[in-house]
Design a protein around this ligand. Structure first.
Ligand SMILES: Nc1nc2c(ncn2[C@@H]2O[C@H](COP(=O)(O)OP(=O)(O)O)[C@@H](O)[C@H]2O)c(=O)[nH]1
Ligand SMILES: [Mg+2]
Length: 424
């Protein structure tokens, strides 16, 4: 999965990106070694406790494992993740994050990075627009003392992105419009559905997106009969309905630490809205990496490791951060990414293993892989994600919890442990 951060300059995209992709785990070890400069890996806590907790309980009750000792740095976790980590049975799983700079007026007409910018957006599975909830920047991102009306400026800021996307989709529609219209003449409304579906598959459109967009459009404009006669305004409105389906946009109302009240309540979005404090998240993760504090992303507090090693200014800064963090229930940075990945995109974490009893791989590592996959993915499709040979030779799968044999169409759910049998 790939989540894109987008927004006007100076809202905090790069800060958000750095914070979310800064992890103690060794990112250089990540199997995708050559990724573009603006792409990073964010590790997020799996929604459920790692199955290594169940495994530990089973081993303990069989007398094959001692109970967790007080000084266990992994606080009971016994899995051996190939990527990410697991402490206290909180398993971290990877997702790609992209810092998509270049939202400028007229991108849809080729200004700035133009089409490169738009195709970056199209390559993401979900978009988070970072906006300035403190009102410290104008619409072009220039720093200012403060805008007069933050709610109005937030509305303008979000409308700016959707307007660019609408214009871009409109231009794609215009491109083949006479061909699309001819299909409606020949096949009726179904012709338009097929035309749109084909035209926008490259942007991730499926049939249900197209049908839902047409539903909304029909409610506003009535029957789809003579598209060749539609005024520009009506074609643009079709672009609007398509964009709503193709590009749900989640909002990070950033700089929440400096915001007055909750101006993000005024934002209307077709995605989630979450106040965030990206620079605090970055400061906390850096302080944690350097051993000054102990902080887990998503938490609403942290511990100072050794106060005697800090100077009064550091202690002051940390205690003011602690207060703000407690007030807001966390910085929102990791929380928003989790909500987007697990709730909006409806993804789950599945653990493929080679041994359905010991939950190990072929080399004896416990639960080494955690795959982030669409909820309800079929066993055979999961097999393909593990390895194409496993998919091609798929025979059956075994549910590691119930030990039940399941077929290729078995739907996998969150936290499943699955053994796949394949012809070799
Ligand atoms: N007050 C406040 N400032 C922030 C926050 N996040 C980022 N900034 C500041 O906003 C400015 C622009 O940040 P940057 O990440 O470079 O923005 P980008 O242009 O969108 O990538 C920098 O001075 C950051 O320190 C935040 O949560 N609160
Ligand atoms: Mg930047």
């Amino acid at each position: 999965m790939r989540i894109g951060l987008v927004g006007k300059p100076n809202v905090g995209k790069s800060t958000y990106f750095s914070a979310a992709t800064l992890a103690k785990v060794d990112i250089a070890n990540y199997p995708f070694c050559t990724i573009e400069a603006n792409v990073g890996v964010a590790f997020l806590a799996a929604p459920q406790t790692c199955p290594c907790k169940d495994l530990r309980e089973r081993l303990e009750s069989d007398g094959r494992l001692e109970p967790v000792s007080q000084d266990d740095p992994r606080q009971g976790s016994i899995c051996e993740p190939r990527t990410g980590t697991c402490v206290a049975h909180i398993r971290l799983v990877p997702t790609f994050l992209v810092d998509v700079a270049g939202l400028v007026p007229g991108a849809s007409e080729g200004r700035g990075r133009g089409n490169a910018f738009l195709s970056d957006l199209a390559n993401c599975d979900a978009l988070i627009q970072v906006v300035d909830a403190a009102g410290l920047t104008d619409i072009e991102g220039n720093p200012i003392a403060a805008v007069d009306d933050v709610e109005a400026s937030l509305k303008e800021e979000t409308a700016f992105l959707t307007a660019e996307l609408d214009s871009w989709i409109h231009s794609i529609l215009d491109d083949g419009w006479s061909r699309g219209s001819r299909r409606v003449q020949a096949e009726g409304e179904k012709g338009l559905t097929t035309f749109l579906h084909e035209r926008f598959t490259g942007l991730g459109a499926n049939l249900s997106h197209v049908l839902q967009a047409l539903d909304g459009f029909r409610n506003q404009w009535g029957d789809i009969d003579t598209p060749w006669m539609w005024p520009e305004e009506r074609v643009h409105s079709l672009a609007f309905y398509l964009r709503q389906q193709l590009f749900p946009i989640h909002i990070a109302a950033n700089k929440a630490d400096s915001a007055k009240g909750t101006p993000w309540d005024a934002i209307q979005a077709n995605g989630m809205i979450q106040p965030t404090m990206a620079d605090m998240e970055l400061a906390l993760r850096r302080a944690d990496s350097s051993g000054m504090i102990s902080y887990s992303p998503g938490s609403d507090t942290f511990e100072i490791v050794d106060e005697s090693k800090l100077n009064p200014a550091q202690i002051n800064a940390l205690s003011s951060m602690k207060e703000k963090l407690a007030q807001s229930g966390g910085t929102g940075v990791a929380e928003l990414l989790s909500r987007v990945l697990f709730d909006a995109l409806d993804h789950v974490v599945v653990y493929p293993v080679a041994d359905e009893t010991a939950w190990k791989d072929g080399e004896g590592r416990i639960l080494p892989d955690a795959f982030v996959v669409p909820n309800g993915i079929e066993a055979k499709a999961l097999a393909y994600k593990v390895h194409s040979d496993l998919g091609d030779g798929f025979i059956k799968a075994v549910d590691g919890r119930t030990r039940r044999i399941v077929g290729s169409e078995h739907e996998c759910g969150d936290n499943d442990v699955i053994k796949i049998h394949a012809k070799s």
